[in-house]
Ligand binder design. Structure first.
Ligand SMILES: O=C([O-])CC(=O)C(=O)O
Ligand SMILES: [Mg+2]
Length: 632
């Protein structure tokens, strides 16, 4: 079988077009795909990506037979297979006679999900849908983000992690345990996809604000990557969730008969670090230097260490430090339009001094420096407390990390948050402590006394870990608070007005960052990219959002926000020489859009290009009778 004129030449000239073209080839003809395979293999090898016959979305419908079309979630369309497809693919009769459009299927999904009252059951329905019919799942999620994000993501995903041993059905992602040390690459080789571009990895030590959940933390990586596709259109086969199982210090889990992870205390010290190093190297060996590695929900101490250690030699970022920082910074920028102040006028108080708090503080400093404030002066405007009280220079040697020391103040130690609020008089109070309820009514009232429009963020996740509820925030500040939270809260009614608090969750940020980074083949992710993301997000907030009490656009606008962030990141990547995909596209938006996942079904029919008659079609043709158009 000969390749169509010019196509082979095009593939060789433009390796980036390989997948798209292979896809067409596969759809057209199995033999033709086979003819292209050596070329593909050659190109794939040069890219250090192993080649498989069936790659990602380059599935050859004609290479899969009969019922396997219904069993492969990437191929399955359920009742949306047309008559011609059913007959051609050998699945006619394996399903009821009814034909449905994808829109009709979406209606069914809505009915099905709404029949469950328990969020965890809704979650399980969606997991099942993802395992059954991938395109339908992602379209359902992408078009109903406001309703479904709280299920596949925080807060329900937290519960799913806590119950992981109970609800675990099928593998999704890689589990690499400490027992695999020395063979991590071999484990990664078992992953069936050869075109992975983005990884979300956790060791489960600090899942949301729920603490150490060990191997159960896998649910978080799965949820984050579902948003990569639903919110930024990154193709699912390019995303790989990974759980590094180094044990857990959670006694309840170690004693839980349903726990699925290693039954041992966490590996620490040099052994742990060596394991991480081996993991990073193995990823690069299999998937290439520019593979994006998102660190998620690691313990505080490790999160900062690994970011510092890997940020200049790998394509990596830490979502809890940098992603959360960018979404909070976006909210802070937007808040200035309500308070009438500039960010350089603000005094900040952080409850919590971990990944999120320090990450946000560092980005605030960067933003102030960009507005001409000297770094030291910017740091002086930021106060922070941890479990032992205010961060002060008098703290015992070794009790603060270098990152935290930047915010330690030369004042008497203080422990009580209310007294600290009274003394510091912050304009912006940010909770990233996982200490539920620490923003007491008194503290909120003091914020309202000291500020015409107090800014209060209760960012801890999931919902029951928030520092205060939206209701408490509005009710204790005469409705003057400028509020947002990490997990969703219902609207609050007060004095005849309804407030719809925004969700300051990193989901506004990481999908767009990832899209920009992997499309440009960025080597290293700079902090500038997160500041760009924060500005793009804030610029997207319009007056109507602010009027309804939100510093963020509605969740159903996140896809557009992600696209704008990706455009900003793309521009930055080329401007700063970080990109490796050349030539630089002139119309960046269109270029990004061309590479997005398609949520709608594509035809599973062979195209009309020379195609042999299929001997296995035995069913009597119904109307319409044309099974194949003979292109003679
Ligand atoms: O997952 C979320 O909802 C936000 C996040 O990164 C965290 O809380 O660790
Ligand atoms: Mg996180």
């Amino acid at each position: 079988m000969k390749l169509p004129e010019g196509l082979l030449a095009k593939i060789v000239k433009e390796p980036a077009s390989l997948h798209g073209n292979l896809s067409k080839l596969c759809a057209a003809s199995r033999p033709a795909a086979a003819a292209a395979a050596p070329v593909a293999r050659q190109i794939a090898t040069s890219d250090s990506r192993p080649f498989h016959d069936v790659v990602g979305d380059v599935l050859c419908p004609s290479g899969v037979r009969g019922i396997d079309h219904l069993r492969d979630p990437r191929l399955n369309k359920g009742l949306a297979f047309t008559l011609e497809e059913r007959q051609t693919l050998g699945i006619h009769g394996l399903q009821p006679a009814r034909f449905k459009t994808q829109e009709e299927q979406l209606e069914l999904c809505k009915i099905a999900v709404s029949r469950y009252t328990e969020p965890l059951n809704k979650y399980l329905y969606l997991v099942d849908l993802q395992d059954r019919n991938e395109r339908l799942f992602y379209r359902f999620l992408a078009e109903n983000i406001e309703h479904l994000m709280p299920i596949v993501y925080t807060p329900t995903v937290g519960l799913a992690c806590q119950r992981f041993g109970l609800i675990y059905r099928r593998p999704r992602g890689l589990f690499i345990s400490y027992n695999d040390r020395g063979y991590v690459f071999d484990v990664i080789k078992n992953w069936p996809e050869s075109d992975v571009r983005a990884i979300c990895v956790t060791d489960g030590e600090r899942i949301l604000g729920l603490g150490d959940l060990g191997a159960n933390g896998m649910g978080i990586c799965v949820g984050k990557l579902a948003l990569y596709t639903a919110l930024a259109g990154i193709k699912p086969h390019r995303c790989l969730p990974i759980l590094l199982d180094v044990g857990t210090n959670n006694i309840d889990l170690l004693e839980d008969p349903l726990y699925v992870g290693l039954r041992q205390k966490r590996v620490v010290g040099k052994e742990y670090d060596d394991f991480l190093d081996e993991f990073m190297e193995a990823i690069v060996k299999r998937y290439g230097q520019n593979t994006l590695i998102q660190f998620e929900d690691f313990g505080n101490h490790n999160a900062f260490r690994f970011l510092d250690r890997y940020r200049n030699s790998y394509c990596t970022f830490n979502d809890d430090i940098q992603g959360t920082a960018a979404v909070a910074m976006g909210g802070i920028y937007a808040s200035t339009r309500v308070t009438g102040k500039s960010i350089t006028d603000y005094t900040f108080l952080f409850a919590g001094a971990g990944e999120a708090a320090v990450g946000i503080a560092d980005l605030v400093v960067k933003a102030m420096v960009a507005e001409g404030v000297p770094k030291d002066e910017a740091r002086q405007k930021i106060w922070m407390i941890d479990i032992d009280g205010l961060l002060t220079t008098t703290r015992k040697e070794g009790s603060l990390s270098d990152h935290q020391k930047n915010y330690a103040k030369d004042v008497e130690p203080m422990k009580n948050l209310q007294e600290i609020v009274e003394k510091v008089k912050p304009n912006v109070l940010i909770g990233a402590s996982a200490a539920a309820g620490i923003f007491t009514p008194e503290i909120l009232r003091i914020m309202a006394t000291n500020n015409e429009r107090p800014v209060v963020f209760a960012l801890s996740n999931p919902t029951h870990k928030a520092e205060c509820t939206a209701d408490q925030a509005y009710k204790n500040t005469d409705g003057r608070v400028v509020f947002s939270s990490g997990s969703p809260f219902p609207p609050v009614e007060m004095n005849g007005k309804t407030f719809y608090p925004g969700q300051g969750n990193n989901a506004y940020i990481f999908p767009g960052i990832a899209l920009g980074v992997i499309t440009t083949g960025t080597h290293h992710i700079s902090d500038d990219m997160f500041l760009i993301a924060a500005r793009e997000l804030a610029n997207f907030v319009d007056q109507s959002d602010l009027d309804r009490g939100s510093l963020y656009p509605p969740l159903n606008a996140v896809r557009e926000v992600s696209m704008r962030i990706a455009e900003g990141v793309t521009k930055c990547a080329y401007d700063k020489g970080l990109a490796s995909t050349y030539p630089e596209p002139s119309d960046k938006r269109k270029w990004l859009q061309d590479q997005l996942y398609k949520f709608n079904y594509e035809s599973s029919m062979p195209v009309t290009w020379p195609w042999p008659r299929m001997p296995y079609v035995k069913t009597r043709p119904l109307e319409p009778t044309i099974l194949f158009s003979d292109s003679k």
